[in-house]
Write a protein that binds this ligand. Sequence first.
Ligand SMILES: [Zn+2]
Length: 129
Amino acid sequence: MTGKLDAVRQNRDALVRELEAVGAKVTTGGMLCPFHEDHRPSAGVYQGKDGAWRFKCQACGVCEDIFGVRAKALGKPLAKVLLEASPHAANPSSPTRARTGHRPAGRGKERVYRDIGRPPGRPAWSNRL
Ligand SMILES: [Zn+2]
């Protein structure tokens, strides 16, 4: 059942196309990372021991396969992306629809900090010391 997804993971061109779709720029010296404000190419793709190609950014530390890249770019849970990519997905048009909801990458940092919330050391339930 995961055979098709594994085939996609092992397709370098598919990963590169996905990265370009979310804003990565492939250059001779490497790749401009779509997940942070990248001015020098600090990212690239490599093939893991399992045969899957992964994107890795040396600057911001993102390391994802094609589905992880898609999930991150769309702000969706990985499980949902995998479900949509699965050959058994009920709605074959959903990947297209997912793409139209795509937000530009690279300015998610503020949101990440907001989601983390209150600084550590003061749990919400501690009213006194
Ligand atoms: Zn990066």
